[in-house]
Design a protein around this ligand. Structure first.
Ligand SMILES: [Zn+2]
Ligand SMILES: [Zn+2]
Length: 229
């Protein structure tokens, strides 16, 4: 499994780009980073992404997507599947319309070969089987994913508090990409102390922490880091 971290920062991190991860050049997990230039720097073909998994609709997880979508409209029109929480299609279509105005409807919409799939408890997207688990994050919550990648289980949290569903998400996973926003009291997110405790409860899982606001913590990944697992 090849994991490319296009961004590893929290929403208003002064040091890191907003979050996005590419798995094996085929799956995109959230889309906050400057996707096209960062894919380019990591040797990833943006036309080869088959599925995008969105945990929730906050801007730091979605606002890198409009240029990526335009690439799929004008440069490489291969079909793509978006997986995300309830309301996915309407939220995404309004983001494309806000980004590109009337031109979206007039010249782009018909050329975008997208399938929107609201996350199911068990589903398949881009040929990958996944399990979705609802996590606690603000008023909307967040959809965490357990994705089967080449015989391994990859758990991906997006934003979450350190509550029981997060333990369920990472339980038995080979690799877990989990947020760890900062030390102390971080409202609606996981603290570094809770991240350390989570890792101690699941010693067989390899943890990679992202969504950092400032500084770093043991197990954290960096912007543009590529990890082979
Ligand atoms: Zn976030
Ligand atoms: Zn959020």
């Amino acid at each position: 499994m090849r994991l490319a971290f296009l961004g590893t920062g929290a929403a208003f991190s002064p040091e890191r780009y907003n979050g996005a991860v590419v798995v094996d050049g085929r799956l995109l997990l959230d889309g906050g980073a400057p996707l096209l230039p960062h894919m380019h720097r990591c040797g990833i073909d943006p036309g080869a992404i088959e599925a995008v998994f969105l945990t929730h609709f906050h801007g730091d997880h979605t606002l890198g997507l409009p240029p990526f979508v335009l690439h799929r409209v004008f440069v490489d029109p291969r079909p793509i599947t978006f997986v995300g929480p309830e309301g996915l299609a309407a939220r995404m279509e309004s983001l494309w319309a806000v980004s590109w105005g009337h031109d979206w409807e007039l010249a782009m919409r018909d050329r975008f070969k997208v399938t929107y799939q609201e996350a199911k408890p068990l589903g398949t997207a881009g040929g990958y089987k996944y399990e979705a688990i609802k996590l606690d994050h603000g008023t909307s919550g967040s959809s965490g994913y357990r994705i089967k990648v080449g015989g391994k289980i990859l758990a991906y949290s997006g934003d979450t508090e350190a509550t029981a569903p997060l333990d369920q998400l990472v339980d038995g996973a080979d690799v877990a990409i989990v947020e760890a926003t900062g030390p102390g009291d971080v409202f609606s997110h996981m603290s570094w102390e809770a991240a350390k405790d989570l890792r101690a409860r699941h010693p067989k899982t390899r943890f990679m922490f992202n969504h950092l606001y400032s500084g770093t913590v043991e197990g954290a990944v960096s912007d543009l880091e590529v990890v082979e697992v």
